[in-house]
Design a protein around this ligand. Structure first.
Ligand SMILES: Nc1ncnc2c1ncn2[C@@H]1O[C@H](COP(=O)(O)OP(=O)(O)OP(=O)(O)O)[C@@H](O)[C@H]1O
Ligand SMILES: [Mg+2]
Length: 376
């Protein structure tokens, strides 16, 4: 019998915070998600109290692990600092340039992930414009430039990377409850889709989304990476804003199709990143024009060029145009991304060129200005 939430709460009631108050009676514990034997929860505490809480997190994990029917536990500890308080000094962080991952003192924003050179979000305001397809092929393009690349699927509600990379199986649990990322086409990959069943709809509340994302970022053995590409969920709501704030992003790549409606959403996306001081590395126009696979004739069915004009208008770099092409759709949907499986195809070349521009943009991206810090 899989465990239920009552069993998990009962186990957690035996664990006390540093103040001696049982977790279930204190304020730190988030909602608890139990799905098919997998348990997720987070504890949010004052940033300064994080070291004192780490043993509590471990004890909570151990207590839940021992509940009958629990197969895995993910417990995140999130340090939150009230706005206006002095920022705790980060011990590591992403450093400009992609000449190799380094750790050092981060300028500002959430603490970086040791070993990861730069984290780049691929986002759009609108759904279905090709973010995931672009994120994967961009990651492969960066790989082809000789960089060590990881991809994180930040779409907790609709993870797509297991399918887009045709990766099956579950990540291995390493010592210290850390997960080993999956691998595909030379990329290290993490997605909530590896941990949950595709058919099981998960109900996520706001804090759970952050907790799952924090764990996939910070409790995965990414090793040494030059770039971690984050495939963002669609939209510019609170969930995306929180993510943009809490993930130590070097910058964002905005994907848009040329139509006016998509561009309005792209504009919102750009505004959102600007609001949290994440540099917009540039805009990609996806499904920019149609290339007939039969005759090679090009037609601008969506009114090509809209994203370029929008980028110029908003003063952000334009990174390139990707045609609407059957091969891109077929390879993407069947888990054989074109850059990896048909590297000589013209589209693969386009993705590599975009990757080159993204690499340069990462190297010159300014450091984000201070904002609320969340560390774990
Ligand atoms: N340039 C392209 N040419 C043809 N098909 C494409 C192209 N880019 C993406 N697609 C297809 O469009 C569909 C949506 O793409 P994708 O899943 O990458 O979008 P998304 O923005 O990540 O969607 P969501 O908002 O749901 O996460 C997929 O079937 C994909 O194969
Ligand atoms: Mg997607």
């Amino acid at each position: 019998m899989p465990a239920n939430k009552t069993d998990v709460l009962a186990a957690l009631s035996s664990v006390k915070g540093p103040d001696g108050v049982p977790l279930t009676q204190g304020k730190a514990l988030s909602d608890i998600v139990v799905s098919d034997g997998k348990v997720f929860f987070s504890m949010t505490v004052d940033a300064a109290a994080v070291p004192a809480w780490e043993p509590v997190r471990k004890a909570a994990e151990a207590a839940v692990k021992s509940v009958a029917g629990v197969t895995s536990v993910m417990a995140a500890l999130t340090g939150e600092r009230s706005p206006g308080a002095a920022r705790p000094k980060a011990t590591s962080g992403p450093v400009a340039g992609t000449g190799g991952p380094r750790t050092g003192t981060s300028g500002s924003g959430p603490a970086g992930i040791p070993g990861i050179g730069a984290i780049v979000a691929v986002a759009s305001g609108k759904g279905g414009v090709g973010k995931s397809t672009t994120a994967i092929n961009l990651a492969l393009g960066l790989r082809d430039l000789g960089l060590k690349v990881g991809v994180l699927d930040a779409d907790i509600y609709g993870p797509s990377l297991p399918r887009l990379l045709a990766i099956k199986g579950k990540p291995e649990l390493l010592g210290g409850n850390r997960l080993k990322p999956m691998e595909g086409y030379g990329l290290k990959v993490m997605s909530i889709g590896f941990l949950t069943e595709e058919e099981t709809p998960m109900i996520w509340r706001g804090p759970m989304v952050m907790s799952a994302l924090t764990q996939m970022l910070r409790e995965v053995e990414w090793g040494v990476l030059d770039v971690l590409v984050v495939d963002m969920p669609p939209g510019t709501g609170d969930a995306q804003l929180t993510m943009a704030q809490q993930v130590p992003l070097r910058g964002a790549v905005i994907v848009s199709t040329p139509q006016d409606l998509a561009l309005i959403d792209a504009r919102r996306g750009i505004a959102m990143f600007r609001r949290v001081n994440v540099p917009v590395l540039g805009v990609v126009e996806n499904m920019s024009y149609f290339l007939c696979p039969e005759c090679g004739t090009r037609s601008d069915i969506f009114g090509h060029g809209g994203a370029r004009h929008e980028a110029e208008r908003l003063g952000v770099p334009f990174l390139g145009e990707i045609p609407l092409h059957m091969e891109i759709r077929e390879t993407s949907d069947s888990g054989r991304p074109v850059v990896a499986t048909d590297p000589d195809a013209p589209h693969a070349k386009i993705y590599r060129e975009i990757a080159g521009r993204v690499r340069s943009a990462i190297a010159t991206a300014g450091r984000p200005a201070p904002r609320i810090v969340v560390e774990s």
